[in-house]
Design a protein around this ligand. Structure first.
Ligand code: HEM
Length: 124
């Protein structure tokens, strides 16, 4: 019999602690990725942005945490983020998932969710 996937996406990403580790790795990757680093270096409060990203990720994956940050569209409005920057950021996220031993199927689900958000990020 084929095993049925019973764990939620949130659980498969390691819950709050796992997602926190992943987001920290994502931010480290952004800061050493020349395609996006200047964007994050320009942030006035990177720790707060990181905290908001953890909440966003947790809430978006079915976790109990509430997202208390700005609407995605509002947060990225006026930055004029390009398609290339968006792809570079996605690659950083996928790299962090791999680094944290997240399996292929789960990485695929996260990719689909991120892709669905692009209209709120690119050139808004
Ligand atoms: C699907 C992809 C993305 C998601 C889910 C996402 C999510 C978020 C979230 C939740 C925040 C915090 C909002 C808040 O402070 O209230 C944020 C902030 C930020 N995002 Fe994104 N983001 C994405 C893509 C990008 C890209 C491609 C860039 C630029 C290359 C970018 C640049 C930034 C910057 C610079 C901030 C900090 C703004 C500040 O400190 O004022 N984001 N993002």
């Amino acid at each position: 019999m084929t095993p049925v996937e019973t764990k939620s996406l949130y659980q498969r990403l390691g819950g709050f602690d796992g997602i926190t580790r992943i987001v920290h790795d994502v931010m480290d990757a952004h800061l050493s990725n020349p395609l996006v680093a200047p964007r994050f270096q320009a942030s006035e409060d990177l720790d707060h942005a990181k905290q908001m990203a953890v909440e966003f990720f947790c809430a978006g994956c079915g976790g109990p945490e509430a997202y208390t940050g700005r609407d995605l569209l509002v947060a990225h409005k006026g930055m004029n983020i390009s398609e290339q920057e968006y792809m570079a950021a996605m690659d950083d996220i996928l790299g962090a998932l791999r680094k944290n031993d997240i399996d292929d199927a789960t990485r695929g689900e996260v990719t689909a969710i991120l892709y669905s958000l692009k209209g709120q990020i690119i050139r808004v």
